[in-house]
Design a protein around this ligand. Sequence first.
Ligand SMILES: Nc1ncnc2c1ncn2[C@@H]1O[C@H](COP(=O)(O)OP(=O)(O)OP(=O)(O)O)[C@@H](O)[C@H]1O
Length: 301
Amino acid sequence: MLAIETKQLSKSFWKNNVVKKIDLQVEKGEILGFLGRNGAGKSTFINMLTGIIRPTSGSYALLGKQGPNDAIKKEIGVMPDYSSLYGSMTAIKHLSYLAAVSQKPVTRLRCMEVLKLVGLEEHANKKAAKFSFGMKKKLAIAQAIIHDPQLIFLDEPTSGLDAESVIHIHHLIQHLHEQGKTIFMTSHNLDEVEKICNRIAIMKDGKIKKSGTMDELRAYYQSTITVTVRHSPIQAADKSTIEKWLAKTGTQLEMEASQFTIQVESEQKIAEITRALGTYKIDIYRVDVDEPSLEEIFLEE
Ligand SMILES: Nc1ncnc2c1ncn2[C@@H]1O[C@H](COP(=O)(O)OP(=O)(O)OP(=O)(O)O)[C@@H](O)[C@H]1O
């Protein structure tokens, strides 16, 4: 089942076409990383899905229901802008208030459970005005998940957090994923997206330039994998045959006495190489793989 499906979804502000006929599908249970440079149109796209602004044209469905639709609101969690928190309200009050607005009232126990999930359990009764930036951010994440929604939109969930909090939030996202929730998250941290997202969509100038898994993106951008293999000595009689075979299997081959480096186009080739060395009774001590990062792929766009 699709958690999100947009068809030709578009938004213009006056004559400025900010989101241009986007067709995007997100499967239920996926963590989608939504990337794009500043001004690419990400927030505008998300704001249409979360019902904050109306599309100029096109359509979208969330969890199988056409939007905008009040009935799906309770199944959707949106991380509010941290600046929209009420200074005089405690953390726990924020959560019970927001859950009531989402038409899914929650118990105090549930509020405490969620505050624990985001690492704020010790600050449940503290007013938001006394919160640091990172604490506000965590409270905003708590607000997105308090009513146990199926589809969760997280806008830059970890930006500005300290390293320990980032790890904590990554675990939380993984935990939500294991519960079968769909997560649509934006981030400017490409390492983070590469690490925790199942699929990635790259937006540029109001269009989705490419979407897919990391492997699909690598294949699309025809990026190669650099492999370094450390091995036992090669028999002098086999050396030339092996070298010729490797040169056909990949590119940029550099051979030394006990290791070689080669560029290959897929993981399958790595398996072929290790199998082939085995037939010559060569032991493999170590295989180091250097794949292009999402950052390198992103910068190609
Ligand atoms: N309400 C609005 N009225 C007019 N123009 C707008 C409005 N909202 C967004 N825009 C314009 O749409 C473009 C895309 O903005 P948007 O905030 O969607 O980008 P973004 O990808 O989320 O950027 P960032 O990563 O900086 O948050 C920008 O040029 C912005 O000025």
